[in-house]
Design a protein around this ligand. Structure first.
Ligand SMILES: Cc1cc2nc3c(=O)[nH]c(=O)nc-3n(C[C@H](O)[C@H](O)[C@H](O)COP(=O)(O)O)c2cc1C
Length: 323
């Protein structure tokens, strides 16, 4: 069994975090991942507080005493949701898309270990200075909002920049070989999104899951006109653009970014309406390049097991290379 100090920090057995899915988060998926010994995450982004409150209470119950994380993004940040959910004393809190030292301290005062997701070495340094307990270095292969530097290049630099803080890799990891690679680069685990989207428990549309199974890596593209349609970052927010599976909406406006900027209000309204109607995935199905490696929808516990077994096999095989 692979175990890293990060496992002890957040109280898990397998050094795997199921990345939060923001508005597409699922209590059932997060709980299944936690029960499988990894860290399930529940995302609060774009969710009304009364839904979040009920969901976090259910997650605590369904996680069966296992550790779990509640995630907040600074695009935009809902101060009220942070304030109120910290009263539930989640064991782990993760922040993404921006840094607030004050929020990190508040979460720690509420008893949580804090994980900060970053996209550059400088952001990692600042997060370490602000007191984060662990860092996620997210490479540009990732699904959802992210930066421009790939995981292979970013992870070892972040590991060096914030040592001895634990660093997790995110972006492009969908099997045990990827997890093993993250460990070999000095990471202490992986924060995995897209692989868990194609899980039995994920509460996203079957069409979206089918599109992931059919996708090539190059079908997961950046939304170049994102600044015109997505809510802007809060204070301390990072400069990021989302990666999604190509749709007609994305293809059309990626071709005409100037017009998208001129018609920003209209497009933003269209997106927000789709989000409220549960159809945002028809426009912007947040998905990473690892979609090209995913060919089957599987239960979350099986995904965790296969990641762990595959990583162990890859690490054993690699030790034979040194004569
Ligand atoms: C559908 C989807 C929604 C996401 N929403 C969030 C979010 O709300 N908060 C967050 O910290 N990260 C979010 N992410 C990014 C993940 O934290 C993670 O960095 C990414 O999924 C890792 O790359 P991978 O998709 O290649 O595994 C999201 C990713 C996806 C695919």
């Amino acid at each position: 069994m692979i175990r890293t100090p990060f496992c002890d920090l957040v109280g898990i057995d397998a050094p795997i975090v199921h990345a939060s899915f923001g508005p597409w988060s699922s209590v059932a998926l997060a709980a299944a991942v936690s029960r499988a010994g990894a860290l399930g995450s529940y995302g609060t982004s774009q969710r009304p507080y009364d839904v979040v409150r009920g969901d976090v209470a259910r997650l605590r119950e369904e996680a069966d005493g296992r550790s779990f994380a509640v995630n907040y993004v600074l695009r935009p940040l809902s101060e009220e949701t942070v304030e109120l959910t910290l009263e539930f004393e989640p064991p782990v809190v993760s922040f993404a898309l921006g840094l607030s030292g004050e929020l990190i301290s508040r979460a720690q005062d509420a008893g949580a270990k804090v994980i900060q997701q970053v996209h550059t070495v400088e952001q990692a340094r600042r997060a370490a200075e602000a007191g984060a307990d662990a860092i996620i270095a997210q490479g540009s292969e990732a699904g959802g909002f992210g930066g421009t530097v790939t995981s292979l290049v970013l992870l070892p630099q972040v590991v060096d920049a914030v040592a001895p803080l634990p660093v997790l890799a995110a972006g492009g990891i969908a099997d045990g070989r990827g997890l093993a690679a993250a460990l070999l680069l000095g990471g202490q685990g992986a924060n995995i999104g897209t692989r868990f989207l194609a899980s039995t428990e994920a509460e996203v549309s079957e069409d979206w899951k089918a599109a992931i199974l059919a996708a090539r890596s190059e079908d997961a593209v950046k939304v170049e006109f994102a600044a015109s349609v997505f809510p802007p970052p809060s204070d301390g927010g990072y400069d990021t653009t989302p990666r999604v599976l190509q749709t007609d909406f994305v293809a059309e406006w990626n071709r005409r970014p100037e017009e998208a900027a001129r018609r920003g209000d209209e497009l933003r309204a269209e997106l927000m309406q789709a989000l409220l109607a549960g159809r945002a995935h028809e426009l912007v199905p947040f998905t990473g390049q690892s979609a090209g490696m995913i060919r089957q929808v599987k239960p979350a516990a099986e995904i965790v097991r296969e990641l762990m077994d595959g990583a162990e096999q890859a690490l054993r095989a690699s030790s034979g290379l040194t004569g």
